[in-house]
Unconditional design. Structure first.
Length: 506
């Protein structure tokens, strides 16, 4: 190992020591250029994600001081002084011979909220293999990007461009009082170097995340291939924007900012405006919004004991009288999206649900019945309670626990359901089709949601599908179909992932 590699290893070991020493720390993850750069690249911004059970002024100060005591002697060996940066956001320090330990603190709950509200960086962070204790994915996972993230997330194109034009960097710092802690938005004026690096960050951010969205990947193409991959999807301004991107990239790597880029503001503004124009064209103007909804509850869904029953395609009970408020909300959503047709499972609970909505709307919706939208075939366990099923088929549950996908005895597995459901959805809900609503079942919508958001099949059972709540499906002409949940839906539907193995009905 080189001396520089030794220093990096020693810095990491010092960080690990702090993570292991404090019981309230549940995860420490190193991310960013420090983990991948050669030599001492990235030492000016050692991005470190620290997840804690709870956060108080005392624990915050104590942990920061522990990091200072452990890491300072190591960086001093390499001729650097240490600066602790305990803020959230892209705040940079470019002091010569200064190592910056960027400590980003989250509790389990604030990490979960961050993932849901603005998953862009969280997707990158959870891919880092350099962590101790729990991985970020196990604390709470970030799924594939959705169209709504680009239009309303906290770190949106509009916010980044606003900071750039005002020549300021927005970041958040913690403030503590007797009621706990809060994040306070602050700003720092940009230097010439900051402006050029921030312009590069904006371009890379939008290019990378657009590629992740349309290619349905957790990771973006490498920097060398990124412009080519991006402009394959959004071709406007390719020549000029690629030239600026490469120029900014070169300046960032060489740290040469003496000669400012000519027309920097003009070209960056044009890039963001072209991004927004093309995005809205593809995902709003030229797309079709369909809806998908789980039928109204039946008596098998609402047992007095609160237990779980395997209500599959062989069970065919009628729905209970729907909650008027839920029915009204669903009807408003259908009329607001100008839904013209319903594609229904043949089971009574789906057919009765759309009939109830049609009566509420005083509008007879055209119905297309498709056998492929029926509920999972639970085979011999259809109608059984969960406890009974566990006693009857312990091997089945053991296989699920190992991440396998065995079929129910005499019935289907998740792969079987996905093989019939996904082609059905592609057939009925393409962008050129009139806006429609799928009226279907729990497992069908788990398959649709899990497949679209990149949830491992072994975890689809943990997605909670609500009754009578419409889920948006954005169907684009060029990039296919995307499930597009609002933040409240995502929070509720994926609440079981905050505590691995939480009891959720299959």
């Amino acid at each position: 190992m080189t001396a520089n590699t030794d220093i990096k290893s020693l810095i990491r070991e010092a960080i690990w020591t702090v993570g292991k020493t404090h019981d309230e720390i549940v995860s420490v993850t190193l991310v960013g250029s420090f983990t991948s750069g050669e030599g001492l690249d990235g030492i000016s911004d050692i991005d470190t994600i620290v997840i804690v059970d709870s956060l108080s002024k005392r624990s915050f100060d104590l942990i920061c001081e522990s990091f200072r005591q452990r890491v300072s002697p190591v960086v001093e060996q390499a001729g650097y002084s240490l600066r602790i940066n305990p803020t959230l956001g892209p705040l940079k320090f470019n002091d010569a011979r200064t190592a910056v330990l960027h400590l980003m603190f989250y509790t389990r709950e604030t990490h979960r909220r961050h993932v849901i509200s603005s998953p862009f960086t969280c997707l990158d962070w959870q891919n880092s293999p350099i962590f101790i204790k729990e991985s970020l994915r196990s604390v709470y996972p970030a799924w594939r990007l959705q169209p709504r993230h680009f239009l309303g997330a906290r770190r949106s194109p509009k916010e980044y461009l606003g900071d750039f034009l005002k020549s300021r960097i927005g970041y958040r710092k913690y403030e503590f009082d007797q009621n706990g802690h809060s994040e306070v938005l602050c700003y720092q004026e940009m230097s010439t170097r900051d402006r050029h690096e921030f312009a590069y960050h904006i371009m890379k951010f939008l290019m990378s995340n657009l590629c992740k969205l349309v290619q349905r990947m957790d990771e973006a193409p490498c920097s060398e291939d990124l412009p080519q991959e991006y402009f394959r999807s959004f071709p406007a301004g390719e020549r000029e924007f690629t030239r600026l991107f490469r120029l900014l990239e070169s300046k960032k790597h060489s740290l040469d900012f003496e000669e400012p880029v000519i027309r920097l503001d003009e070209i960056v503004i044009s890039f963001v405006e072209e991004f927004q124009r093309q995005f809205e064209q593809e995902f709003v103007t030229d797309s079709t919004v369909h809806l998908a909804v789980r039928h109204a509850p039946t008596s098998m869904n609402l047992l007095p004991s609160g237990g779980v029953v395997f209500q599959g395609c062989r069970s065919n009970p009628s729905i209970l009288p729907p909650d008027p408020a839920a029915l009204e909300a669903l009807a408003e959503s259908l009329s607001g999206h100008k839904i013209e047709k319903a594609i229904c499972s043949p089971l009574a609970r789906a057919m009765e649900t759309i009939d109830a909505v049609s009566r509420f709307l005083d509008f007879e919706m055209v119905k297309h019945v498709d056998q492929r939208l029926t509920e999972m075939d639970y085979g011999d366990l259809d109608g059984s309670r969960l406890e009974t099923a566990k006693a009857m088929c312990p091997g089945l549950f053991a296989a699920w626990g190992r991440g396998e996908d065995p079929p129910f005895p005499g019935g289907e597995c998740s792969l079987d359901v996905s093989r019939r459901v996904l082609p059905c959805i592609e057939e009925h809900l393409h962008a050129a089709a009139p806006a429609g609503v799928l009226v279907t079942h729990n497992v069908v919508l788990r398959v649709l949601t899990g497949q679209s958001l990149g949830v491992p099949m072994s975890d689809w059972y943990r997605i909670k599908i609500p009754h009578l709540e419409p889920l948006r499906i954005v169907s684009t002409k060029r990039f296919g179909i995307f499930v597009d949940l609002d933040s409240n839906q995502e929070s509720d539907m994926f609440s079981g992932f905050a505590s691995p193995g939480g009891g959720v009905e299959r």
